[in-house]
Write a protein that binds this ligand. Structure first.
Ligand code: ZN
Length: 211
């Protein structure tokens, strides 16, 4: 295990413990939802809204399930028998749903995750799991892109990692500037994908973003 990876794991454990220690009770969270309903201008006691706080909490348990999981752990089971395979491994069009940390409304999109293996590969479904875990936290797209790439870098120590995310943000399409259809693309290129233009071009062509 690299020093940097141990450091990341320690930081994540500290953040998790602090969040757990401050976690409100279910009743407190339900009361908070009732407060927001009243603040929006409605009556949380009317029939149609009476079950809403409970439903909102159960939705939150799904939307934010990623806080209970550790992405580095997901990638800890690696395979070293790769028979000399040293080309790009790419998982394309991984659909995800996340929530913007500024407005707590959906970010919906797809991620493309690639790496250039060096001795180690991981079960391909695990890459999708890592995307899912980070998506199920409050996010901004830039941070999520970087987190996925860093996690793969530290878990697999490959020659390079490339992550591209394409998404639409409900905070842009349903409020504020109201720009339906506008998508955002972010990318994080590490190692060979950053240093070698040919490798980067190959990745972008494979995900359909090449020029
Ligand atoms: Zn937002």
């Amino acid at each position: 295990m690299t020093e940097r990876r141990a450091q990341i794991e320690a930081e994540q454990a500290r953040a998790r413990d602090a969040a757990r220690a401050n976690r409100p009770s279910r009743d407190e969270a339900m009361a908070a939802v009732r407060t927001l309903i009243r603040w929006a201008g409605d009556d949380p006691e009317r029939e149609g809204l009476r079950g809403t706080p409970d439903r909102v909490l159960r939705s939150y348990e799904e939307f934010f399930a990623g806080y209970a999981e550790e992405p580095l752990e997901i990638l800890s089971r690696t395979f070293s028998e790769i028979n000399g395979y040293d080309e790009i491994v790419l998982l394309k069009d991984i659909p995800f749903e996340s929530h913007c940390e500024h407005h707590m409304v959906p970010i919906i999109g797809k991620a493309h995750v690639g790496y250039l293996p060096d001795r180690r590969v991981v079960g391909i479904s695990k890459l999708a799991r890592v995307v899912d875990i980070y998506a199920r936290r409050l996010q901004i797209q830039e941070k999520m892109t970087a987190e996925i790439a860093e996690t793969i870098l530290h878990a697999l120590e490959p020659r390079g990692v490339a992550v591209v995310i394409e998404a639409t943000h409900a905070c842009m399409t349903t409020r504020g500037v109201h720009r339906p259809g506008v998508g955002m693309v972010t990318s994080q290129m590490l190692g060979a994908f950053r240093d070698d233009a040919t490798t980067r071009r190959e990745f972008l062509a494979l995900v359909g973003l090449g020029s």
